[in-house]
Design a protein around this ligand. Structure first.
Ligand SMILES: [Zn+2]
Ligand SMILES: [Zn+2]
Length: 118
């Protein structure tokens, strides 16, 4: 964990092309991580962070999450909670950028929200 030399904010690893930057989440200050080893290490941290965020998202995803405007209605899925066969569907990039986006569903009846793959 690193802190911004300018404002003391938390520095988060961020990918920029094939480089990895540490970007301050408060003031936007960024610096490139040098050396092959540390790049490797920080992309590992980056992936771990994404996973963590996804987990948090899964907890947060419920009826209070706003449905994205891109959502369409899928009629071939069954709600795991109430058995309704109609759900809003949308794609979201939740994992690392080089992995395919995850499909989310939300039941049109009870509002239960789930992912296509567990
Ligand atoms: Zn800063
Ligand atoms: Zn339902």
């Amino acid at each position: 964990m690193e802190f911004c030399p300018k404002c003391g904010g938390l520095m988060m690893p961020k990918r920029s092309g094939d480089k990895v930057l540490l970007v301050c989440c408060r003031c936007g200050f960024s610096r490139e991580i040098g050396g092959k080893e540390s790049v490797k290490e920080s992309s590992y941290v980056f992936r771990k962070k994404i996973k963590h965020t996804l987990k948090e998202k899964m907890v947060v995803i419920d009826e209070t999450v706003r449905l994205p405007r891109i959502a369409s209605i899928a009629k071939n899925v069954e709600c795991p909670r109430c058995g309704n066969r109609e759900a809003y569907a949308w794609m979201m990039q939740t994992r690392a950028a080089d992995e395919p986006p995850t499909r989310f569903y939300r039941c049109t009846k009870c509002g239960y929200t789930w992912r296509e793959y567990e």
